[in-house]
Design a protein around this ligand. Structure first.
Ligand SMILES: Nc1ncnc2c1ncn2[C@@H]1O[C@H](COP(=O)(O)OP(=O)(O)OP(=O)(O)O)[C@@H](O)[C@H]1O
Length: 239
């Protein structure tokens, strides 16, 4: 079996807000095309870690590399061009413009010809018929779950190599979340991107992951195979 090339490598990373440190000594390696479930209680530091990876917050200590590139000082827009896509918590959809324009906005950071841009949009809309149906209508007319689909489509249109997903199940009925996950995993098979998935829906997240990272109060409590903590009791012990 050939070795998996490294996507993310964090070494001794700490971060915080003002005078408060909320992440401490975080180190892990995630391979290209692999999925990591990032779990932990409310306030454990999960969203903060994603913000660090997307460059919305600088580390106080330690190093972060993505495909061997040191990301220190690299702003979000440049990370996006480097293939890092971030789907924040909540939908982040602009309700007063059309679905089409929401998708175009997601590509604004890239120098694409009109043909390339339309092809990218076509590709992400194809598996999501509801977006085609509402393509020329205001995004605010979509239901909450459908807006989540739009947010995902916009994220995937960027052709990510690395996808950062913050609680994609929020506001979705369980069946819709399963559909969303299937869409994501199908896209991953084709585009081979890595995923870091923050998810309260722990069992589901562990099932789709190659690696699990459990945070407790900003520190790593567990880093390893998801199967080892799939058992509910083991997970409770960890918490
Ligand atoms: N912008 C901010 N300014 C100050 N403190 C913040 C800020 N954002 C988060 N925090 C604090 O940092 C800690 C970690 O928050 P974070 O949002 O990363 O946790 P989380 O694990 O994602 O939680 P949740 O599951 O509730 O979303 C919390 O104590 C939170 O209050």
């Amino acid at each position: 079996m050939s070795a998996v090339a490294t996507e993310w490598q964090l070494s001794g990373v700490s971060a915080g807000y003002a005078d408060r440190i909320v992440l401490n000594d975080i180190s892990f390696t995630l391979g290209q095309g692999q999925t990591m479930a990032l779990i932990g209680h409310n306030g454990a530091g999960k969203s903060t870690l994603l913000k660090l990876l997307y460059g919305m917050l600088p580390p106080r200590e330690g190093t972060i590399t993505c495909r061997s590139r040191d990301l220190q000082g690299v702003p979000p827009v440049e990370r996006m061009r480097y293939g890092i896509s971030y789907m924040p918590e909540g939908r982040g959809v602009f309700p007063n413009i059309t679905v089409e324009d929401n998708l175009k906005l997601g590509l604004a950071a890239f120098k694409l010809s009109q043909v390339e841009r339309n092809a990218r949009i076509e590709r992400v809309v194809e598996p999501l018929p509801i977006l085609r149906e509402f393509f020329y209508r205001r995004a605010g007319l979509l239901s909450g779950g459908q807006q989540q689909m739009l947010s995902l489509a916009r994220t995937l249109a960027a052709n990510p190599k690395s996808l950062l997903l913050d609680e994609p199940s929020i506001g979705l009925a369980p069946k819709l979340f399963q559909d969303l996950l299937i869409t994501i995993k199908d896209a991953q098979k084709i585009l081979q991107f890595s995923i870091i998935l923050v998810e309260q829906n722990v069992q589901t997240a562990l099932r789709v992951a190659d690696l699990a990272l459990v945070l407790k109060a900003g520190r790593i409590l567990y880093l390893g195979k998801p199967a080892s903590i799939m058992d509910r009791t083991k997970l409770m012990e960890l918490y």
